[in-house]
Design a protein. Structure first.
Ligand code: GLC
Length: 543
């Protein structure tokens, strides 16, 4: 089974819709909005985790994989969500955080109480408090190890100290995880997203990293392909849509993860294209985007995956990334144009597109001015680290303003009423002021809206096989302002031309085309010879 003509919509339940006025989004809130999602035309909803969790990392710290956190609702609500979604032709994808559990998980608690069998579920190393097992750095800052006094042992946490890494080398752990997947499949869940799943296989020997933060020892690790293949097969999920979140991965590995013959996953997320504005690869160092690098990355990944039958999940936004219209677009002067162009640039690529809640209405970064407005554990940690490094408060806030994960976690902007129609209570996190203009209600009344444009992009994938199945080839590969490619299927050809920047430019064409979709041009319009692209202009054209 392939998922080439499908589109996935990502929901961050905490910020999507609050049905009971407690300021937190919930499952009933999602049910209320299913008609909205059906109208948009999406096939699947991937929801980030709503399992029982202390919420130190907003649910990515799972304490019980079989039960729903009461803050989000009950099992009955969930069953209703699955059934109601299905009635509308939408499948639910659950987020499986299997690299680590919360330290509040029963397994970890038993380990702490001295149970050796459960200590073997995690990565514990004997030692003394003065000597870390390795010098690895956690992804959220600080050392990746925590000492447990009464055990005389350290445990590994690649993320927060409350997120202990599981030991996948232990077959019992793998059995437990398969059982969780079987349970949810039986409940009617149609697919899974696997959190940081290329980090699950740790090295045999743990050693210091004198070149980096340790990631080269556990990224795409020695048994990762075997583990994923075994998981998919034994849990019976090979016919379901599955996507792996891959941290700092390679094309070669992603081909293996997503090649249908390997039976591991249906597709992969990688993040290389979202580092083109990191100075020296550092998330917390600002830099203008390098479009040449961006174009090159797309070429390498699209062609590399195509060559060996790999499949991409294509996306700009998720709950960990700042809003794309504020990042690569211009959310002040070319808000609509740049949001539509950015959508076009990826929706026509070879891969399954993912839309993150609010992206379809051009939601922007949060524009917070004070650290008290932030909630994310990574942002709060790095704010302190930046100050310790000697940055002023203003500098640190400017960096957070561009890079914090909270930029995408602000409430979904439904209308212009108080709190954007997200809640009748006090929201757990605040909206940017622009919700009065940027909201679903306004866009439903505008036939030229960003929302309408997303609907058209989705519809185009469904009716045009070149979009879903076509071979990709790039045009004008040295350009750093224009991003252009062709998709060809059974002799039918479309081309996509996007202007990344706010200045005009020109692109030569090799014949006569007509416009299928554009953010300035009218559908049906004929063009030949060359096109002049206005700021952030984009075209999808057909021979
Ligand atoms: C993934 C999630 C992120 C989480 C991390 C640890 O990157 O998307 O939100 O913090 O994994 O689970």
């Amino acid at each position: 089974m392939n998922f080439k003509d499908k589109v996935v919509y990502q929901i961050y339940p905490k910020s999507f819709q609050d049905s009971n006025g407690d300021g937190l989004g919930d499952i009933r809130g999602i049910i209320e909005k299913l008609d909205y999602l059906q109208d948009l035309g999406v096939d699947y909803i991937w929801s980030t985790p709503f399992f029982i969790s202390p919420q130190k990392d907003n649910g990515y710290d799972v304490a019980d994989y079989y039960n729903i956190d009461l803050r989000f609702g009950t099992m009955k609500d969930l069953e209703e969500l699955i059934a109601e979604a299905e009635k509308r032709g939408i499948g639910l994808m659950f987020d499986m955080v299997f690299n680590h559990t919360s330290t509040e998980h029963e397994w970890f608690q038993k380990a702490l109480a001295g149970d050796k069998a459960y200590q073997d579920y995690y990565i514990f190393k004997e030692g003394t408090p003065d000597k870390l097992p390795t010098n690895w750095i956690s992804k959220f800052g600080g050392p990746a190890w925590q000492y447990v006094e009464n055990l005389g042992k350290w445990y590994l946490h690649l993320f927060d100290v409350t997120q202990a890494d599981l030991n996948w080398e232990n077959p019992k752990v793998r059995e437990e995880l398969k059982e969780i997947l079987r349970f949810w499949k039986k409940k009617g869940v149609k697919g899974f997203r696997f959190d940081v799943v290329n980090l699950i296989s740790k090295p045999e020997v743990f050693e210091d990293d004198f070149e980096g933060d340790g990631r080269r020892f556990y990224t795409d690790g020695r048994h990762v392909h075997e583990f994923l293949q075994e998981l998919a097969e034994d849990a019976g999920i090979t016919d379901m849509i599955t996507v792996g979140e891959m941290s700092s991965t390679s094309i070669e590995n992603c081909v293996r993860y997503s090649n249908p013959a390997a039976g591991e996953l249906s597709m992969c997320f990688n993040f290389h294209h979202l580092k083109v504005d990191y100075k020296d690869g550092q998330k917390w160092e600002l830099m203008n985007p390098d479009y040449k690098a961006l174009n090159q990355l797309y070429q390498e990944w699209q062609l590399g995956m195509q060559k060996n039958d790999g499949w991409n999940a294509v996306f700009w936004c998720n709950h960990d990334q700042p809003r794309i219209v504020s990042r690569l677009g211009d959310d002040q002067n070319y808000w609509k144009e740049s949001a539509k162009m950015l959508a076009t640039s990826i929706h026509m690529l070879r891969g399954t597109p993912y839309i993150y809640q609010g992206e379809e209405i051009g939601m922007t970064n949060a524009s917070y001015t004070d650290i008290s407005q932030y909630r994310d554990i990574e942002s709060l940690n790095y704010y302190q680290i930046l100050l310790e490094e000697g940055k002023t408060k203003e500098e640190a806030l400017k960096i957070l303003g561009a890079r914090s994960r909270d930029n995408s976690r602000t409430p979904m902007q439904w209308d212009d009423s108080e709190y954007a129609g997200f809640t009748t209570g006090t929201p757990w996190i605040h909206s940017p002021e622009n919700y009065k203009v940027i909201n679903v209600k306004n866009q439903m009344e505008d036939e030229n809206s960003i929302h309408q444009y997303y609907k058209e992009l989705i519809a185009l994938r469904k009716k045009n096989k070149a979009v879903s199945e076509g071979e990709i080839a790039f045009i004008d590969t040295e350009n750093d302002q224009i991003f252009a490619y062709k998709r060809v299927c059974e002799g039918h050809e479309i081309a996509v031309v996007c202007n990344w920047k706010n200045t005009a430019c020109e692109q030569k064409l090799d014949g006569t085309y007509h416009v299928l979709l554009g953010n300035y041009a009218k559908t049906g319009q004929e063009i030949c010879g060359s096109i002049r692209l206005r700021p952030y202009e984009c075209y999808v054209i057909e021979r």
